[in-house]
Ligand binder design. Structure first.
Ligand code: IVH
Length: 672
């Protein structure tokens, strides 16, 4: 029993940390807010009952969030806390009771919309915008001033003159629904990755390195909170401060209301639960704040959130419809994804015709049958999911949905590796979506960057028989005369394409390795493998064990790379690409900055002050060191940051492996 609880705590911690990372760092929401909070509360409850099992990295002891390293980090003068969430009336009534118990019955609340964007903190000095910082982990965020300056709605210079000399203002950056749909559709057409929702689009945009690109994407910003040294004396209440900031030129929501009773608050909440669909932007709840600053001070804060405010989150919308049929899509990597085709219904303002079923396990979990009535829910994602089935309405002789045994595109028997949820079609050299998708991946901007050869052209050339495998791309020039005669292609476009193809021969090895589309080998892993093995021959000869020595390469990747280079067709393709003159070797100048760490191997663990983990691993490699993924007898050093787990320390001590602090490491690098 105790063991089970410990395991449950570990599992919830890992799962929630993963969602947090995806959400805050990568701007992906993998789970609805409702489900997230539910799981968090479950974990919190277990931790309270069994504090001995609480982990140091528990998501309950942090506000959530993480910091990517591209922008300068700024410590917040006032921490950017989150709000505690409720999903039902009775919790809201409890909040009201708690507040009244502390400050008495003579009070007012301000009810506001909870904008679904990303929070930002703006600092003004002498009426001018000085700095814009993201929330980050709540204590320190990233300086995104240049990007925020492109937002028209954020004033760079204030109106009037009665603003405090220095103050900070908090708000939410977001994208309007129509702009999101338009820009996302454009991205889809261009073969770029699309964003799941306006929130992620806004979050992705604000973290772009190129602010001229930010300026092209229309962002908006509502401001909702003021911090300044003398705000209590000057404004007395939150409401007054909001009136004032509006006068100074800030964009403030018009849908804000003063309420005296919990009934008025509930009316506001219910009204917006319906009316939110008519807004041009997304909101995910209502924020209720105690109006009087003195009362706010009296109520104070918990470690994570103010006691004087709460957010009421709307439930994700659910609706019932009927399954028409399940179809199966084959992706570039051969992964087969089942898709539920539904009788169209309107959900949260849009018509839904399809829902992802993820994999065979999901079909089993739902116990999906033909023509079932299903509940679909739109969480954070644009693609809704089936959350439940109305089994009462199932027809008597309805058959369960059977996962196909063979590829719907090429008829090859599907495989499913042990422990994997996904079915794959293994015929990567003979299955249309894999061949075409593989080539489209190959020419992409982050891979071989062949501009004149777009997704549609690849499809056309495939159906005309010019492109069947990657190496055919480098033979297109032999068909130039015929191609130039094709409808829709002119002299110029074919010449440009051939130029682009020729130029791609200089693309460095690591990008080429990523371009090959080896399953599970993404951009970062490809780079690590390229630096580790230096050239394709070493890589092709590598055993699984040698592959596992590369940091970030685990069993799954090692197995996939190993198998890839055992395939005769892949070997023959690589030979052809080599003959065409592509780069299958790291260029000498890319290899190293210094040889200081030559011959030494490192494992890094924990959090570092002066480096992100990626920066640290790059530094090691650029100075000739090698990264290993696990502590073993072969290891020379363990570099330990903060928050490193005890197990690594113990293992290193057992094997007599020196443990370096960040400081020690820097000394070593300087050569002392
Ligand atoms: S007030 C200390 N007001 O919700 C209180 N927050 O879960 C500061 N949010 O990080 C927040 N609309 O990004 C406040 N009208 C509103 C809001 C709002 C959206 C976001 C904000 C915050 C999160 C808290």
């Amino acid at each position: 029993m105790a063991n089970e609880i410990q395991r449950k705590i570990e599992q919830l911690t890992e799962e929630l940390n993963h969602y947090n990372y995806e959400y805050y760092v990568l701007a992906n929401s993998l789970i609805s807010d409702y489900d997230f909070d539910h799981k968090l509360k479950e974990l919190e409850k277990l931790e309270n009952e069994y504090p001995q099992y609480k982990l140091v990295n528990s998501p309950t002891s942090r506000i959530g969030g993480d910091i990517t390293r591209k922008f300068e980090t700024v410590v917040h003068t006032w921490p950017m806390l989150s709000l505690s969430n409720t999903y039902n009336e009775s919790e809201l009534r409890d909040f009201d009771k708690r507040v009244r118990k502390v400050v008495g019955d003579e009070l007012q609340y301000v009810c506001e919309l909870k904008f679904d964007g990303l929070s930002i903190s703006l600092t003004y000095e002498g009426g001018q915008l000085q700095r814009a910082v993201t929330r980050g982990d709540g204590y320190q965020g990233e300086d995104v001033t240049t990007n925020v300056k492109t937002i028209q709605r954020v004033p760079q210079v204030l109106k009037g003159s009665d603003y405090p000399d220095i103050f900070e203002i908090r708000g939410e950056i977001f994208m309007h629904k129509t702009a999101f749909e338009k820009l996302n559709a454009k991205r889809e057409k261009e073969g770029k990755q699309t964003y799941a929702n306006p929130r992620n689009f806004a979050a992705g945009t604000i973290k772009l390195q190129d602010s001229s690109e930010v300026a092209k994407r229309p962002l908006d910003c509502f401001l909702y909170f003021l911090y300044s040294d003398n705000r209590l004396e000057r404004f007395e209440t939150h409401w007054n401060s909001i009136q004032a900031i509006q006068q100074w030129g800030f964009h403030v929501s018009e849908h804000t209301k003063l309420c005296n009773t919990i009934e008025e608050i509930l009316d506001f909440v219910h009204y917006w639960d319906e009316a939110r669909h008519d807004l041009s932007y997304e909101i995910d709840g209502i924020v209720i704040k105690v109006n009087d600053y003195r009362f706010q001070e009296e109520l104070g804060f918990t470690a994570k959130s103010p006691r004087w405010a709460i957010s009421y989150k709307f439930q994700a919308e659910k609706a019932v419809t009927r399954l028409d049929k399940v179809t199966y899509q084959v992706g570039r990597t051969g992964a087969v994804t089942p898709v539920a085709n539904l009788e169209p219904i309107v959900l949260a303002g849009t018509t839904v015709k399809r829902a992802s079923l993820h994999n065979a396990n999901e079909i089993l979990r739902l116990d999906l049958h033909e023509k079932d009535y299903v509940y679909v829910e739109k969480g954070g994602e644009i693609i809704p999911k089936i959350v439940e089935i109305d089994t009462y309405r199932r027809e008597k002789d309805a058959q369960p949905i059977q996962y196909p045994t063979h590829c719907p595109e090429c008829g090859t028997k599907l495989i499913r590796e042990e422990g994997e949820a996904v079915h794959y079609c293994p015929n990567d050299t003979g299955c249309k979506p894999q061949i075409v998708g593989g080539m489209q991946h190959f020419v992409g901007r982050k891979m071989m960057d062949i501009e004149g050869l777009g997704n549609e052209t690849i499809e056309t050339f495939y159906s005309l028989g010019y492109l069947n495998k990657l190496s055919d791309i480098y033979c297109l020039k032999d068909h130039a005369l015929e191609l130039k005669k094709l409808e829709r292609f002119g002299e110029k476009s074919i010449s440009n394409m051939i130029k682009g193809i020729e130029a791609s021969k200089q693309i460095p090895f690591e990008k080429l390795l990523f371009a090959l589309g080896i399953r599970y080998v993404g951009e970062t892993v490809a780079k690590k493998i390229a630096i580790h093995f230096k050239n394709i021959d070493n890589l092709m000869d590598a055993s699984k064990e040698q592959l596992l020595e590369v940091s970030d390469v685990g069993e799954r990747i090692a197995e996939s790379v190993y198998d890839y280079f055992k395939n005769e067709e892949h070997i023959s393709e690589i030979q052809k690409l080599r003959n065409a003159g592509l780069q299958f070797e790291i260029k000498p100048e890319e290899k190293q900055e210094s040889q200081k760490l030559e011959g030494k191997s490192f494992v890094i663990s924990g959090v570092f002050k002066n480096y992100s983990r990626k920066e640290l691993s790059d530094t090691i490699e650029q100075n000739g060191g090698r990264l290993l993924s696990a502590i073993s007898g072969k290891l020379d050093y363990l570099v330990a940051g903060d928050k490193m787990g005890p197990s690594k320390r113990i293992k290193a001590a057992e094997l007599d492996i020196p443990i370096l602090s960040e400081n020690d490491f820097e000394k070593m690098l300087k050569g002392n």
